[in-house]
Ligand binder design. Structure first.
Ligand SMILES: [Zn+2]
Length: 85
């Protein structure tokens, strides 16, 4: 039995304090957490912000290329669920 969770979905958004792009598990939607970069209290949105890693390419027919996705990933900091979640 493999306990690995493959279905984790993420939200991505921009920290209003330091403009760092952040990705957080959808389980943290609507929660408040601390920015990993500037430690500001941030509110995790219900949906990814447009232009961030996990935003749906609603207005783009082809979506971002793999190179664009890689670039977006490399600029995004992932936060994890707290241990006491
Ligand atoms: Zn920040």
């Amino acid at each position: 039995m493999n306990a690995h969770v493959e279905e984790t979905a993420f939200l991505s958004f921009i920290c209003p304090g330091c403009h760092q792009e952040i990705e957080a598990p959808v389980d943290m939607a609507s929660q408040e957490t601390e920015c990993p970069t500037c430690a500001a209290l941030i509110h995790v949105p219900d949906e990814s912000e447009p232009g961030t890693l996990w935003a749906l390419p609603a207005t783009q027919v082809n979506g971002p290329s793999q190179a664009q996705k890689d670039a977006m990933k490399s600029r995004t900091i992932r936060i994890e669920l707290p241990d006491n979640w």
